[in-house]
Design a protein around this ligand. Structure first.
Ligand code: AMP
Ligand code: TRP
Length: 336
């Protein structure tokens, strides 16, 4: 049987950034060729940061638009909004009863986020967030989950929960998912602070490359990226994190290996690398940006794609949920 791939992103910004694209989306698109693929905009997850309703709505559509523009193909894969498939929240409840308090409390993303806002600003949803993520994955009998490095620990929890259910209720209760994290692009760094990951919530907007950004601004950010005081263009994550990050991005978009780029830029200055990379990035992102803006400008067409995705996803999800409910000893709901 064809292996299933599932992944998702939160609609927490107007535009995705290059780390989302290289760390995750590129793999999503590739895996469609070999796998049965399902991709979701996880709006219920985004509620944990209390978004403004209108922003949440527009960002949910914009995020889906960027999936499609990047090459998620609704004729081959399912693309849907999490809140349209109620089974996610239902399975999350079940899984929460199998998750230890300590286990959930050890999640570094929760610790980081709650430390930032302080205990009074933290909500229970932020704490149980990884359990909802496990539900997203297990609902579709997922084999493979393409994500960036920062999601590794959350995926480990999904695997632990899956193994726990199978141990207690028998093999085949759920499928144990595997992470798919491509080492070379698993972590794209901030252009201004190349020791921090590129993120939608970066301190300085100059450190981020946004997919929907005006290409001139994208070029400017790349040209003002932090490099080190030396001059040699060489991949050295420790000594030259800024240059290493630029070479990673360059190689991922242009297809030349990092070694080849080092050879091609021997004797040249950082400025050359940045000017060329700015061109490569702008050329690469422009068609994606335009396609995304087209989708955003036709919300009816977009909503139709998302509705079809949700209908199919919901049917699959219900099958899994029925199986799990039965194994757990819940009485069958004959009215359905
Ligand atoms: P998020 O922005 O946290 O919703 O992330 C969505 C997806 O993009 C997840 O699979 C992340 O692991 C991935 N991702 C986010 N930022 C980066 C980054 N700087 N480098 C690589 N992958 C990333
Ligand atoms: N937690 C992920 C992130 O912040 C988003 C996510 C939610 C996800 N559910 C998922 C990723 C299921 C992969 C599979 O990036």
């Amino acid at each position: 049987m064809t292996q299933r791939v599932f992944s998702a992103m939160q609609p927490t910004s107007d535009s995705l950034q290059l780390g989302n694209y290289l760390g995750a989306l590129v793999q999503w698109v590739k895996l469609q060729d070999t796998h049965d693929a399902i991709y979701s905009v996880v709006d219920l997850h985004a509620l944990t940061v209390s978004p403004e309703p209108e922003l949440l709505r527009s960002r949910t559509r914009a995020t889906a638009a960027q999936f499609l523009a990047a090459g998620v193909d609704p004729d081959r894969s399912l693309c849907f909004v999490q809140s349209h498939v109620p089974q996610h929240a239902e399975l999350a409840w079940i899984l929460s009863t199998f998750t230890g308090m300590g286990e959930a409390g050890r999640m570094t993303q929760f610790k980081d986020k709650s430390a930032k806002v302080g205990e009074s600003g933290t909500n229970v949803g932020l704490f149980t967030y990884p359990i909802l993520m496990a539900a997203d994955i297990l609902l579709y009998d997922t084999n493979v989950v393409p994500v960036g490095e920062d999601q590794r620990q959350h995926l480990e929890l999904s695997r632990d929960l899956a193994q726990r259910l199978n141990g207690r209720f028998g093999d085949g209760t759920v499928v144990v998912p595997e992470p798919h994290i491509v080492k070379s692009t698993a972590k794209i760094y901030d252009l201004q602070d190349p020791t921090a990951k590129m993120s939608k919530s970066a301190v300085s907007p100059k450190g981020t490359i946004e997919i929907l950004e005006d290409p001139k601004k994208v070029a400017k950010n790349i040209k003002s990226a932090t490099t080190d005081s030396g001059s040699e263009i060489r991949f050295d994550r420790e000594a030259k994190p800024g240059v290493a990050n630029l070479l990673t991005i360059y190689s991922a978009l242009d297809g030349r290996s990092v070694e080849q780029l080092e050879a091609d830029y021997e004797g040249k200055m950082y400025g050359h690398l940045k000017v060329d990379l700015a061109d490569v990035v702008v050329e690469y992102l422009t068609p994606i940006r335009e396609a995304a803006l087209d989708w955003i400008e036709s919300p009816d067409r977009l909503d139709e794609v998302l509705a079809q995705g949700a209908a199919k996803a919901s049917a699959l999800a219900q099958g899994t949920l029925d199986r799990i409910y039965d194994r757990l000893g819940l009485v069958p709901a004959l009215h359905r």
